[in-house]
Design a binder for this molecule. Structure first.
Ligand SMILES: [Zn+2]
Length: 189
């Protein structure tokens, strides 16, 4: 009798764990799918805006099989915090390609630094961020720019590698300390 009660308890526990894992998988998947800042075209202004989906809530919704997609942040907030969030249909239609990270990676793809001509290479989260050279000849890292400004900036700025960005920033900020030496002809013994 005790053995059968124990067997049933274990069976129920195993079933509960299996059910939890079965429901947790789509939840975790939804979390990774919807996290991160995205660029959408605002249905009201037809301008690019940066939005963040409430990824934790989307994960819980997927766990309970009640899909819920809601914005957590938008570059038009707090002024338009009560909008209908119609832009969410753009996120749902193509969650990957509207990620700011994907848009930036795509822009730098195949481009070379405007100063040293070295290829910028693929974006890596742990690497130093590449930079942009503006029409004012100032360089800035791409992630220091407001995401919603990026589409406009990409049409007026040029790619700069991180090393050249550091050099150029130093040159600009400490112009008195930098001397550009002309190349000396090679000496022969
Ligand atoms: Zn460079």
């Amino acid at each position: 009798m005790t053995v059968s009660v124990l067997t049933i308890t274990i069976a129920v526990l195993v079933l509960a764990v299996a059910l939890f894992v079965f429901r947790a998988v789509p939840g975790v998947r939804a979390f990774f799918k919807f996290r991160g800042t995205r660029l959408v075209t605002c249905p009201e202004t037809h301008e690019p805006e940066a939005v963040d989906v409430a990824a934790g809530e989307a994960a819980l919704g997927a766990f309970y099989n009640e899909p819920t997609l809601r914005l957590n942040q938008c570059s038009r907030w707090p002024e338009r915090e009560n909008c209908g969030q119609d832009c969410l249909s753009q996120v749902e239609a193509d969650p990957q390609n509207c990620l700011v990270w994907s848009i930036v990676a795509k822009w730098y793809e195949g481009k070379s630094c405007v100063f040293c001509r070295k290829p910028i290479g693929p974006l890596h989260r742990l690497d130093h961020a590449p930079a942009l050279l503006g029409p004012d000849f100032k360089t800035s890292e791409w992630n220091s720019v407001s995401p919603e400004e990026l589409p406009k900036i990409f049409s007026t700025h040029q790619p700069v590698c991180w090393n050249c960005h550091v050099t150029e920033s130093f040159r600009r900020l400490h112009s008195g300390l930098v001397t550009d030496r002309p190349l000396e002809p090679k000496r022969t013994m």
